[in-house]
Write a new protein. Structure first.
Length: 314
């Protein structure tokens, strides 16, 4: 009870009874047990409600294959035609409703797009253009750390138990990864109206930030840390535990950027839990102690940079 009260005090959250009791994310999904993406969609659907129309990029291997598990509209499209088509389509639909004398309650307030963070590796130009176009749209960006595959080819257990040697990133590479993965540099330089990071470990904080993104006029983005039991190789029941460790170790900071004002949602004293976070995932089983030490130093340098950003934006 004490631990729960400490968590509750850290966030501006909604009272659970104010959330809809009815589930929009129901049985029928084909994602893996303990899937962080599935949890993220469930929590986001609580914020969006039954009237939501969710769009998703299917060109990056979406985890939800038919039959679906959603009681609201879900459409899968490729990224290239995704944004413009839904924004223009919803705009035409709203104009038609206006011409028919429909009330604002019947309009589509704001479309939501769900994307895997890997889209940034393969189509960063399109993504950066999206941030600059001032569209009235919400982007839910799943972060299950696919970018690590560039340096650590250890996501899949080796055949017949044979261990292979892989390139382990050095200090400079890790510094680049830590800065790149937070997205703060392109976001602070863009015209985005609202951006935040969230985690499935803290669902009410996630729901709160999705709601804020929907309420803000213009482009909004919520980066959601979504642990992957299959790819990261950890027990499916430990998804929330891993997500919380990522925050408690400074590996994935929770922050908010609204109308140019930046702040940390939750401040963490130190990075002593980095080793526990790394060793809880078998994809890192070949990492030596000195490698974990280098990772921790990179985590601390990035966190210090984020702290300085908070001070400069106040």
């Amino acid at each position: 009870m004490f631990e729960l009260s400490k968590i509750m005090d850290k966030f501006n959250i909604y009272v659970p009874k104010l959330l809809p009791k009815e589930e929009s994310f129901v049985t029928g999904r084909r994602s893996c047990s303990g899937c962080g993406k599935a949890m993220a969609v469930r929590f986001a659907s609580k914020a969006l409600g039954r009237e939501a129309v969710f769009k998703s990029d299917d060109s990056k291997g979406i985890v939800f294959e038919r039959p679906d598990a959603l009681s609201f509209g879900w459409d899968e499209m490729t990224f290239d035609d995704l944004v413009q088509s839904i924004v223009s389509g919803i705009g035409r639909g709203n104009k038609k409703l206006i011409s028919e004398g429909k009330t604002t309650r019947e309009w589509v307030r704001k479309p939501a797009i769900a994307l895997d963070k890997k889209i940034l590796e393969e189509n960063y130009t399109a993504f950066s253009n999206l941030l600059e176009r001032k569209l009235n749209i919400l982007i839910a960006l799943y972060d299950n750390e696919p970018y690590m595959d560039r340096f650590i080819k250890n996501s899949i257990p080796p055949a017949f138990g044979i261990e292979y040697e892989h390139h382990i990133p050095g200090e400079k590479e890790l510094d680049f990864i830590m800065e790149d993965k937070s997205l703060l540099k392109p976001l602070t330089e863009s015209n985005i109206s609202y951006a935040a990071s969230a985690s499935v470990a803290y669902p009410f904080d996630l729901i709160n930030k999705i709601k804020k993104g929907m309420e803000k006029k213009g482009t909004a983005l919520v980066l959601i840390h979504s642990p992957c039991p299959t790819g990261w190789i950890f027990p499916a029941q430990d998804t929330v535990k891993l997500a919380k460790l990522a925050i408690d170790s400074r590996f994935f900071p929770l922050w908010e950027l609204s109308e140019g004002e930046f702040s940390l949602t939750m401040k963490v004293e130190n990075s002593e839990k980095v080793e526990q976070y790394i060793k809880s995932q078998d994809r890192y089983r070949n990492f030596r102690g000195d490698t974990v030490s280098i990772i921790r130093k990179s985590v601390d340098r990035e966190y210090t940079r984020i702290l300085s950003l908070e001070k400069s934006k106040q």
